[in-house]
Design a protein around this ligand. Structure first.
Ligand SMILES: Cc1cc2nc3c(=O)[nH]c(=O)nc-3n(C[C@H](O)[C@H](O)[C@H](O)COP(=O)(O)O)c2cc1C
Length: 289
């Protein structure tokens, strides 16, 4: 349990709340927060203590837990109330194994009891239009895909917050976009539907605990009124140092952030097959005009 969690757990109302907020910020940024009062509540405690979990206990996720996570997902805002997203819940061992293989052999997909595949889903409206003889060519633009991706992402992140608030761990799986046609085949997706990402869900295996990963200093991402220009080198250096200390604690290679990220964006060969995503999307019926 982190210091921030300790300070909000149980019913100990004697604990001052502001120090818990400060502790959570130190954990997230690995530097002291500025002076001044900080708001704090259980929602913030859940959000700020997020860390991915790649090791799970085998216990199934109970149906009521999935039901509440889905209600949280469907409570997210959705562009114009279009609700152009869906999710496939996969618990079947063999289907998870096949999806794990399609995502570059990620073992946590096989090990998690519940694997959720979040979809940009234009098919509901397409079918409705066809049934009523109404045109739906407004879906054939890049904006159609953007609507589905944004909607699916907001929904998924609400589900993640719900799962984490209930003591479950998760990890997103972008690897669902490595081979989109094969994923579509495994999940029986109709045209106009594509997997945006997967999400492993399960009770964290306490023998392999995960930690809060530090983030870029907020000044690197928060711009006031207008975009402030490139991030100062000193901030990147600070963050590289923070991430190296995190990596050292985790027994990982101390590669820092900037070099690793530049390596990941070096070219199409680093995209695990996603350099041909446009082609796959067009094949799945997305217009992308
Ligand atoms: C859209 C998305 C796709 C991701 N894909 C993968 C993945 O395929 N495999 C994996 O192990 N982690 C994946 N991750 C997890 C990220 O690597 C992780 O969230 C990031 O390193 C930050 O760590 P944290 O979430 O613990 O703070 C993904 C995260 C996101 C948001």
């Amino acid at each position: 349990m982190t210091r921030a969690e300790e300070m909000t757990s149980g019913n100990d109302n004697r604990m001052p709340r502001e120090p818990a907020a400060a502790a959570a910020l130190v954990e997230r940024y690995r530097r002291e927060p500025g002076a001044g009062p900080l708001p704090w509540n259980e929602v913030l405690a859940t959000l700020l203590s997020h860390r991915i979990v790649r090791a799970y206990r085998p216990d199934p996720v109970p149906a009521p837990v999935l039901a509440m996570a889905m209600a949280a997902a469907q409570s997210a805002s959705t562009s114009s109330n279009l609700q152009v997203w869906s999710v496939v819940a996969v618990e079947d061992r063999e289907r998870k194994a096949r999806l794990a293989e399609l995502a570059g052999r990620q073992r946590h997909i096989e090990e998690c009891p519940l694997f959720l595949v979040w979809l940009a889903d234009l098919s509901r409206l397409r079918v409705l239009g066809a049934e009523r003889g109404k045109p739906t060519t407004g879906l054939d633009y890049l904006e159609g895909l953007m609507l589905g991706v944004v909607d699916a992402t907001l929904a998924a992140q609400n589900a993640v917050a719900a799962f984490e608030s209930l003591g479950y761990g998760t990890v997103y799986i972008g690897g669902m976009r490595d081979r989109p046609e094969d994923v579509a085949q495994v999940l029986g997706l109709p045209p106009d539907v594509v997997a945006v990402f997967g999400l492993c869900v399960g009770r964290p295996d306490e023998t392999r605990p995960a930690s809060v990963k530090p983030r870029l200093p907020v000044e690197a991402v928060l711009h006031r009124e207008q975009y402030a220009g490139p991030v100062p080198a000193a901030l990147v250096a600070d963050y590289d140092a923070a991430l190296r200390s995190f990596q050292a604690e985790q027994g990982m290679t101390q590669s820092g952030w900037s070099d690793t990220m530049l390596h990941r964006v070096r070219g199409p060969e680093a995209l695990s097959g996603r350099d041909r995503l446009r082609e796959a999307l067009v094949a799945r019926g997305f217009g992308l005009k």
